[in-house]
Design a binder for this molecule. Structure first.
Ligand code: C5P
Length: 232
């Protein structure tokens, strides 16, 4: 898969999501389905969007004992999604088990990427709540390296970290980056942002864009602007 723009479909219901996707006549953007929509609508929303011809990043961020993650990944693999994810903090063993569960009998599987440290975790909360005393960038790179060691395909990270992740894990290790905003757009609650063009420059493989597209007056135009800046 090459560079692409993934739209974060952070909607509360199937109706809102399909109404949104209906605006893209003739186009089939890559979409991200997160916990909110998945827990509201169940696996049928994944099948429905897949049947419409979209690629899907199922962002459920699994984290449990290796055996449970393995079995759950097998279920997600049957949904025929394109990308799944988990928390790297679940250990290398958990990530390896996830890969085993994800791999179908014919050897194919969805891509598997890891969340390193959530961007909502800062140095202070990491030290105080998690008792991790190392600098956060070092922790993020260590988790990325663990994901690579476990055989995963990449990580979710800030566009600001994408270059460093490629340096440490190789250029083929995927960086999937949220926190993207247009130069003239609202930053909202995202703290460290980049434009699609800057994310391309720094080497992100996929950008995940939510509100700059979903809340735009003309979402199709906003999506095309992302494609133009990031892919073309
Ligand atoms: O609307 P916005 O473009 O901020 O949406 C970004 C998407 O990426 C949301 O679905 C959010 O949950 C997700 N995300 C993020 N930062 C992370 C991991 C995921 O913004 N570190």
């Amino acid at each position: 898969m090459g560079k692409d723009v993934i739209i974060a479909c952070d909607f509360a219901s199937k109706e809102q999501t399909l109404n949104f996707l209906d605006k893209f006549t003739g186009k089939k953007p890559f979409v991200k389905i997160g916990m909110e929509l998945f827990y509201a609508e169940g696996p049928s929303i994944v099948r429905e969007i897949k049947n419409r011809g979209h690629k899907i990043f199922l962002d459920l961020k699994l984290h449990d004992i290796p055996n449970t993650v393995k079995k759950s990944m097998a279920v997600l693999s049957n949904l025929d999604v394109d990308i799944c994810n988990l928390h790297a903090s679940g250990t290398v063993k958990m990530m390896q088990s996830a890969l085993e569960g994800l791999t179908r009998s014919d050897g194919t599987r969805p891509l598997l990427i890891a969340v390193t440290q959530l961007t909502s975790t800062d140095q202070e909360s990491m030290e105080k709540d998690l008792l991790i005393k190392e600098p956060i960038d070092k922790v993020v790179m260590h988790y990325a390296h663990n994901a690579k060691t476990a055989g995963l395909d990449g990580v979710v990270c800030s566009p600001l970290e994408a270059g460093k992740v490629h340096e440490i894990c190789g250029k083929d290790f995927l960086t999937v980056t949220p926190g993207v905003r247009f130069a003239d757009g609202d930053v909202g609650d995202q703290k460290r942002v980049m434009t699609p063009a800057q994310a391309k420059e720094i080497g992100s493989d996929y950008i995940v864009v939510g509100r700059p597209i979903t809340a735009a007056e003309n979402p199709v135009e906003a999506y095309e602007r992302c494609i133009k800046e990031f892919v073309d």
